[in-house]
Design a protein around this ligand. Structure first.
Ligand code: ASP
Ligand code: MG
Length: 603
């Protein structure tokens, strides 16, 4: 007999009729010979209504009382679901998080799961009962038995954590969409349903997928190797499978307090090509990377930093064997990249760095935890390591450094993040056979761009900037450090740019203005009218031309790129806000992601 965890979201249990329909489905699963643990959300928009009630009393409710209030939503749906099952003749019992023993930190409104007691669950399963567990809630450690919640959308996390604790065969997340789509169907009607996606890809698509699947749930599934499926409550279609790698054996204690960083990665064999002062207009990146792709040169990191005046710097890394080839292509195209059409205007300057290493910290735990990048930069600064390029994605921060600093950098980072300095390894990504280079495309319109011009170029500056932001609780999304070094009053300087949530931009700006005032030569630039478009796919590793295709799609629509960052499986561009949707549509089309039929998604 196999054990299956099934989770039903708010819409799926939004009315008594729906609860009855869902109960039938659960009943069928039992009839097919399975043991079933069910996790439900609060009915419909209950949680929002409860938040509304609190807001009528105070705009600053105590987090403890909010947890007390919000946890009631799920208590209603578990009782009703259990009754509906009993009505079908299926023995069932409902349990709150506390009754199960879902132990969490006592961090109200955002608790992480520490441990799940399984004795009572096992007993009821033995009795042949379906257990209906309240999602999104737990009980704090300590004597006070405080009710905690996991954060909005947290019942996905409850379900996957239960599946891990019970070593379930599979965790099924039932929702009102048919699975995970290649992009947001409200913006791109021809978005297609994916049959599968890797957990790594899903995490990089957090801004797209978070509404369908809580990133923390994906993290647990990946860490414990739980087979995860996202599917519709109303059809028998197979939905989308989220594929995890074979997990390393891992204790079930501190289930969710997985470290913010779970790997320090090194690639000691990289070389860098930078093009300085390329014109800041649509089509330049497309032209450059189009040439590179035509020569079948596979690029790894790509960054484009904020521009000074009318020019940009673009840099990329390649494995050392292909450096000469990459350099030749860059040199050949540089004369065509002039700031204006007059032949006297300076052409782009090509810089090559032969002995660099790429080091990265990776981990889903950095989503929503400010300060991880800052800690990395501070660690490197303390070790006296100067950071050259910086490029970030949702779950990774990559830096290039001088090759001779490698050992020191790795040692320091492993110490700081509590990673055993096991044999240094290259990033590993789950590959599914025939993985497409691009699996999905996302648009994030909630970010604002922040540039700091003329930051003194010595170790510790990036650390200072991002520690200050982290101290304000500000999460930084993209981070880029420019290539160009400018001497100002005798001090070499570089520009650093990043994106933060629009809601944080005012605080971020004033925080940084105070800092740069001390340097005397720097300035802070803010642009809130930006959008971030990203492509994600594990299949892009070792597949030249993905960046070129993305940039070409943007160029075809005359969309200018402000910033570029990448990880091994993701490329993100900051574009003008008004071009965001066109950019998303164009890229989705360029990678042939459109489906045959329109996927119906409720509003
Ligand atoms: N009911 C909670 C919420 O709306 C938890 C969940 O549905 O996942 O955030
Ligand atoms: Mg949800």
């Amino acid at each position: 007999m196999s054990l299956i965890v099934q989770k039903f979201g708010g819409t799926s249990v939004g009315s008594v009729e729906r609860i009855q329909t869902v109960a039938q489905r659960i009943y069928k699963t039992v009839q097919a010979g399975n043991q079933v643990v069910v996790v439900v959300s609060a009915m419909g928009k209950t949680t929002d209504s409860l938040v509304g009630l609190a807001q009528e009393i105070t705009s600053t409710p105590s987090k403890r009382e909010m947890d007390m209030l919000l946890s009631t939503g799920e208590q209603v749906s578990i009782a009703l679901m259990s009754m509906a099952l009993q009505e079908l003749g299926q023995p069932a019992i409902s349990l709150t998080g506390a009754q199960v023993g879902i132990m969490t930190e006592t961090a109200h409104s955002r608790a992480r799961i520490l441990q799940i007691k399984t004795e009572r669950l096992q007993r009821h399963l033995q009795e042949g009962k379906v257990i209906v567990v309240a999602g999104f809630q737990g009980i704090g450690e300590g004597e006070d038995l405080e009710i905690t919640t996991l954060g909005r959308g947290g019942s996905d996390t409850s379900a996957v954590a239960l599946a891990a604790a019970l070593q379930a065969k599979q965790c099924e997340i039932y929702t009102d969409v048919p699975g995970i789509l290649t992009t947001d169907p409200r913006l791109v009607p021809e978005a297609r349903l994916m049959t599968e996606i890797t957990a790594d890809e899903m995490l990089e698509l957090a801004s797209l997928g978070a509404k369908v699947l809580h990133p923390r749930a994906v993290e647990i599934a990946r860490n414990y190797g739980i087979p995860l499926v996202v599917l519709s409550s109303w059809t028998d279609d197979p939905g989308t499978r989220v594929i995890s790698p074979m997990p390393k054996p891992r204790s079930l204690d501190n289930l969710e307090i997985a470290k913010a960083v779970d790997a320090v990665e090194l690639d000691g064999d990289q070389a860098k090509v930078a093009l300085l002062r390329v014109p800041d207009r649509p089509g330049i990146a497309a032209r450059l990377f189009g040439e590179i792709a035509r020569h079948e040169v596979d690029v790894d990191l790509i960054i484009q930093s904020i521009h000074e005046g009318n020019s940009n710097d673009i840099a990329f890394t390649v494995v050392k064997e292909v450096l000469n080839h990459a350099e030749a292509v860059a040199e050949a195209i540089a004369p065509a990249l002039r700031l204006d059409s007059s032949p006297s205007s300076n052409e782009a300057e090509v810089l090559v760095e032969r002995n660099i290493a790429k080091i990265a910290i990776a981990g889903a735990g950095m989503i929503g935890r400010p300060g991880i990048a800052a800690t990395m930069f501070a660690t490197l600064a303390d070790a006296g390591v100067n950071i050259d390029m910086i490029s970030t994605s949702e779950v990774k921060v990559s830096c290039t450094i001088a090759k001779e600093d490698c050992d020191r950098a790795i040692q320091a980072l492993c110490n700081t993040f509590g990673i055993e300095s096991s044999p240094l390894h290259l990033p590993s990504h789950t590959q599914i056979e025939n993985s497409p280079p691009v699996r999905g495309v996302a648009l994030d319109r909630s970010q604002a761009q922040l540039g700091i011009r003329h930051v003194p170029d010595h170790p510790g500056m990036a650390a200072k900037i991002f520690t200050l932001l982290a101290d304000q609780g500000i999460s930084v999304d993209m981070i880029i450090q420019s290539q160009r070094c400018r001497i100002i009053n005798g001090t070499p300087t570089r520009d650093i740019a990043c994106t933060v949530a629009q809601a944080d931009i005012t605080t971020a700006r004033s925080t940084l203005e105070n800092l740069v005032a001390q340097w005397g030569m720097s300035e802070v630039l803010v642009n809130t009218a930006v959008a971030k478009v990203s492509v994600v796919g594990a299949g892009m590793i070792g597949h030249p031309g993905v960046a070129a295709k993305m940039f070409a799609a943007l160029a075809d629509h005359s969309i200018n790129i402000h910033m570029i960052t990448t990880s091994e499986i993701k490329i993100s561009c900051i574009v003008p806000e008004e071009d965001g949707v066109t950019a998303l549509q164009a890229i989705h089309k360029a990678f042939n992601l459109a489906g045959q039929e329109q996927v119906k998604v409720p509003v």
